[in-house]
Design a protein. Structure first.
Length: 238
């Protein structure tokens, strides 16, 4: 029964998709059967897996670098409220800028290339992890640090025994959110400024008006999102 309820939303979407195809006669929406055939054709090609790997590697690279920078900066600033209050508006400003702004700027500065999606993902992840980490560090019980000061416990030991365990739960929540958006931002950046990757393939099919393959590559993104959600993000949230 649980599996039936899980499959029900997908079945409803599939029925709605078929109805929309019948209503427009295939002019703007391809038939589900055409799309799934295109998807099977795409996944049978070795080059397609290289495109998927390119997107995942850029997303993972941007996520790793952004997480490292955000967590380290958040830990450093979280223990200094005045400094945190001063820098948080700047970080919020960076976070409020949509990815298209960073894509446009990076295309001007770096031209088209694989570094653009990685940098856009980095800039999208850093604010999330910085704010999450800084707030979690700021909420730690000050008495633990008073005890550490009295016993002259080295900072690295405080980091390992007090700070990291204390912020683990909040950090997991922030990281799960960052993980969820990283691959989407990467594909969006590839659409505008990369020679390969899932986003670049979507752009090529859009330019050629190849609707079945356009929808098929969109399904690839959806499948990746569902896979990452069920295998990684959901475990982090728990």
């Amino acid at each position: 029964m649980k599996r039936l309820w899980t499959a029900l939303p997908f079945l409803i979407c599939l029925i709605a998709w078929q109805l929309l195809f019948l209503l427009n006669g295939g002019r703007v929406i391809p038939a589900p059967s055409e799309t799934f055939m295109a998807l099977a054709r795409i996944l049978s090609q070795p080059d397609a897996w290289l495109e998927i790997a390119a997107t995942l590697s850029r997303g993972a690279g941007g996520l790793a670098l952004g997480s490292l920078a955000g967590i380290l900066a958040g830990i450093a600033v979280g223990r200094h409220p005045h400094f945190m209050d001063a820098i948080t508006p700047v970080v919020t400003l960076v976070q409020s800028c949509p990815p298209i702004v960073w894509i446009s700027m990076l295309l001007v500065w770096l031209s088209v290339g694989g570094i653009v999606p990685l940098m856009v993902t980095f800039l999208s992840v850093v604010p999330v992890l910085f704010i999450t980490t800084a707030n979690a560090v700021r909420a730690l019980d000050e008495r633990w640090f008073d005890v550490a000061h009295i016993y002259r416990i080295p900072y690295l030991k405080q980091l390992r025994k007090i700070i990291l365990p204390g912020i683990a739960q909040g950090l997991a929540a922030g990281f799960s959110y960052a993980f969820g958006i990283a691959w989407k931002v990467t594909a969006t950046a590839e659409f505008f400024g990369a020679p390969n990757g899932i986003g670049a393939r979507i752009f090529n099919n859009y330019r050629n008006l190849n609707l079945p393959e356009l929808f098929a590559w969109t399904l690839v993104i959806a499948i990746l999102g569902i896979t990452l959600e069920t295998t990684v993000v959901r475990k982090l949230r728990k």
